[in-house]
Design a protein around this ligand. Structure first.
Ligand SMILES: C[S@@+](CC[C@H](N)C(=O)[O-])C[C@H]1O[C@@H](n2cnc3c(N)ncnc32)[C@H](O)[C@@H]1O
Length: 252
């Protein structure tokens, strides 16, 4: 049974409303998303993605799906590691985010290997067992039904295929948590407003991080879906967490 109310930050809304609100909130911030991301995380976001991609262990020729790919940073990193004959798909329901990404992709030496597809990551328009790897950067928190979304990912992965999830989390240490609280509710909206001209999406960001389950619970959800070798690693004192998992490969 899927719930009829889900959280959108601190608000309870219908699943349809959450989907619409999430999709729309990236429109006004798409052109400044990369700058705001880099400034607000002091450049850590890029380090987290690089670390995540190295954990994924990509091989030449792999087909990679970058779900909730936005402006394509994970896709660009993946394309740099999968050789000339790879295919990397950015899959996102916000067109503006992908349009911003396309400018970066055109400048990239492996840009020809990257395709953008507009669609809902919780209902993926690909056949079963289409990909060797899936990346999901800052997307799981935005899902209406995280467990169903993870089931979709499981479906499109080939047996033995790998999943990488990067998601914000709360610092493990209490002192740092209070500081982070001050930063995310007082400082971040101000800086975001200066960069993007709006702070609404960043208030949602701060709230949604707080209502999202802690890493130990997220690991449980990933396992329930059927994934194996599920691991998580906190980065930067727990400001974000990297999750890795593998779809079972039948033994013959
Ligand atoms: C915070 S951005 C992250 C972008 C990128 N992955 C990164 O690492 O910077 C979240 C992205 O997820 C997309 N998104 C959220 N829910 C989605 C869904 N159900 N289907 C497709 N895209 C979704 C949004 O449109 C947005 O571009």
């Amino acid at each position: 049974m899927t719930p009829d109310r889900v959280s959108f930050g601190y608000r309870e809304v219908t699943p349809e409303e959450k989907k619409r609100l999430v999709r729309q909130q990236f429109d006004p911030i798409a052109t400044t998303y990369d700058l705001a991301d880099a400034v607000l995380s002091a450049g850590l976001d890029e380090l987290w993605r690089k670390k995540g991609i190295s954990l994924l262990g990509l091989n030449d020729g792999d087909r990679v799906l970058d779900l909730c790919g936005g402006t394509g940073d994970f896709a660009l990193l993946a394309a740099g590691r999968t050789g000339d004959h790879s295919r990397v798909i950015i899959y996102d329901f916000n067109r503006k985010m992908m349009e911003v990404g396309r400018r970066k992709i055109r400048r990239s030496p492996r840009g020809d290997n990257i395709l953008c597809i507009q669609g809902d990551a919780e209902c993926i328009a690909f056949a079963d067992e289409s990909f060797e790897a899936v990346t999901l950067g800052f997307g799981l928190r935005n899902f209406v039904h995280p467990e169903l979304g993870l089931k979709e990912i499981y479906r499109v992965l080939k047996p033995g295929g790998r999943l990488l999830v990067l998601e914000f989390s709360l610092p493990a240490r209490r002192g740092l948590r209070s500081l982070y609280h001050f930063y995310s509710f007082r400082v971040m909206p101000l800086v975001a407003r200066l960069i993007s001209g709006t702070d609404g999406p960043y208030r949602y960001l701060a709230e949604s991080i707080r209502v999202f389950p802690p890493p130990t619970e997220v690991v449980g959800i990933i396992r329930r879906v059927g994934f194996q070798d599920v691991c998580f690693q906190r980065v930067s004192q727990g400001l974000a967490t990297l999750y890795t998992a593998r779809k079972e490969k039948p033994e013959f």
